[in-house]
Write a protein that binds this ligand. Structure first.
Ligand SMILES: NC(=O)C1=CN([C@@H]2O[C@H](COP(=O)(O)OP(=O)(O)OC[C@H]3O[C@@H](n4cnc5c(N)ncnc54)[C@H](O)[C@@H]3O)[C@@H](O)[C@H]2O)C=CC1
Ligand SMILES: C[N+](C)(C)CC(=O)CC(=O)[O-]
Length: 497
């Protein structure tokens, strides 16, 4: 699979800045051109929020962050780039001129994507010398978290270009979907436009205010749509008879007056004032960056939940995240330098994400187990029990865990975990892990655990092969020289009655 080596972002506002963050956090150098006098500050703030979100999103080893360079011209920015993303304002004349300028200076092999929300690529590529490599890559805000890009070719885009674009997005955790034909506003914005139009009418006609309308979405079908789309959801709504029954039952409603879709609401001053005032009352107490952070925390939580879907394989955007992490582990998970085995192994560094915090305002108990589990996985990778090993039919399963909670961890707090091997034989590994506050090193929790080597096919324990045991033995020997950690062998000792 090919990957992007160097990206150029032309336009660094809401979308261009977030594309830059997606590339940079994917380890890709970015050259940015945006004449806005505050472009550096704006992009810097978007990037800071993106880095915060990634710290919560994944514990897989991200590549070293790419280098961001601000350039004085399109020509300078596109030099050496193999993916160029145009994200200037939604005006056809401006976009066409910018894309034609990109085309003039870019490497002929470079891919040129436009972030346009609705202009047909045929319109945008009209004046290009090499239009075959130009397409729409329509992303969703925030680009650094939401994985989708609609890939749309124009009359002169080659089919190969769209395939190459899709392949290059996967390594940065994105899912490119190729549309069969171009159409204004593509698929996503056609659907959003319908709901947006209807929403404006509902406010105009005083049926509800903006807050009530948003509540209707987020407490109901908005939650459904994060995990299943329109058709799969309605198939289920058809009951056992499925889609045919759904169409038979609700088809006739389509000709009832359930929509004002074809009418365009007049956005006159009165309606603009009304919507702005309601929106201020709803959300004005918080700044945009704060709202972005809240949105990002929620999205991270949803994506992590979806990563566990479908029996742990990942579902929807959670599957894209799982695949992204698989690639990261395959690339960077096997440590380059051997760790210092004379001390308990520092195997995981992480941060408390919003989804980990419970009603007591601190990290909830099962997230400790998640960090302990991630630490066990890191030990296994270290001794050669990686994805390929598991796919080969063998693994280690945890069969016993005793956790002690000694301190609290709060939202955003940095944590790290250290693991000491207590003993092993051909089937078992016994070990002790401590979770620490990254600032003070204070121990917040400990776990004593036992893992068993298994043959997944046979469904029972089996002896680990010699090469795995040979990697484990020096660690266990070194750790045997360390003092036995406090808490080893503890059970729930306090008598309550
Ligand atoms: N905001 C959104 O939710 C989404 C927007 N889009 C699309 O992304 C594109 C950009 O939209 P936003 O980022 O929202 O707009 P924005 O207004 O936040 O950013 C546009 C940026 O382009 C810069 N710019 C203006 N002329 C330029 C030029 N000649 N060369 C380089 N930079 C120039 C501006 O200084 C500004 O920073 C549009 O095509 C929009 O339809 C796509 C998906 C979602
Ligand atoms: C409002 N918008 C048309 C610019 C929205 C998009 O294009 C996609 C999104 O992120 O909602």
């Amino acid at each position: 699979m090919t990957s992007i080596q160097k990206a150029a972002c032309i336009g660094g506002g809401v979308i261009g800045g977030a594309w830059a963050a997606r590339f940079l956090l994917g380890g890709i150098d970015v050259s940015m051109y945006d004449p806005h006098p505050e472009a550096k500050r704006i992009v810097g703030e978007v990037l800071a929020n993106a880095e915060r979100a990634y710290a919560m999103l994944t514990m897989a080893p991200l590549p070293p962050k790419g280098r961001l360079t601000f350039c004085g011209s399109v020509e300078e920015a596109v030099a050496g780039a193999d993916w160029i993303q145009e994200s200037v304002p939604e005006r056809i004349d401006l976009k066409r001129n910018v894309i034609t300028e990109i085309d003039r200076y870019a490497d002929p092999e470079a891919l040129i994507g436009s972030s346009t929300s609705g202009i047909m690529p045929t319109e945008l590529q009209r004046d290009m010398q090499h239009p075959d490599r130009m397409f729409v890559a329509h992303p969703y805000n925030p680009v650094y978290l939401l994985p989708l890009a609609e890939l749309v070719g124009g009359e002169r885009t080659s089919a190969e270009t769209l395939k190459r674009a899709r392949d290059r997005l996967a390594p940065i955790g994105m899912k490119g979907v190729i549309l069969k034909k171009e159409i204004e506003a593509f698929v996503g914005d056609r659907l959003l436009e319908a709901i947006w139009r209807e929403g404006l009418w509902l406010i105009h006609d005083d049926i509800c205010d903006t807050e009530t309308l948003d509540d209707v979405i987020r407490y109901s079908f908005g939650m459904r749509w994060a995990q299943m789309g329109l058709f799969e959801t309605y198939r289920i709504a058809g009951g056992e008879a499925g889609m045919r029954h759904f169409l038979a039952q609700f088809g006739p409603c389509l000709s009832w007056p359930w929509t004002k879709l074809t009418d365009v609401v007049d956005l006159d001053d009165a309606l603009v004032d009304k919507i702005a005032a309601q929106s201020d009352a709803q959300s004005g107490a918080r700044g945009i960056r704060e709202l972005e952070r809240i949105r990002d925390e929620n999205l991270v939580g949803i994506m992590q939940a979806l990563k566990a879907g479908d029996g742990g394989k990942g579902w929807g955007s959670g599957k894209v995240l799982a695949d992204f992490e698989k690639r990261l582990w395959a690339k960077g998970g096997g440590r380059k330098e051997a760790p210092d085995i004379s001390q308990p192994l520092r195997l995981v560094d992480t941060r408390v994400s919003a989804a980990w915090v419970d009603y007591n305002g601190h990290m909830t108990e099962h997230r400790y187990l998640q960090v302990f589990g991630d630490t066990s996985d890191a030990l296994l990778r270290l001794i050669g029990v990686d994805f390929a090993y598991v796919e080969g039919g063998h693994s280690y399963y945890t069969v016993e865990t005793h956790i002690r909670h000694l301190g609290e961890a709060k939202l955003g707090q940095g944590l790290y975990a250290r693991l000491q091997v207590l003993g092993f034989d051909e089937k078992r590994i016994r070990y002790f892990t401590t979770i620490h506050d990254a600032q003070s090193d204070e121990v917040l929790a400990t776990a004593e655990q036992l893992m068993l080597h298994v043959s997944a096919k046979a469904g029972k324990s089996s002896a680990a092969p010699a090469e795995i045991l040979a990697r484990l033995a020096p660690i266990a020997d070194a750790h045997a020289k360390l003092p036995v950690p406090q808490g080893v062998g503890r059970s729930v000792g306090q008598k309550v009655v």
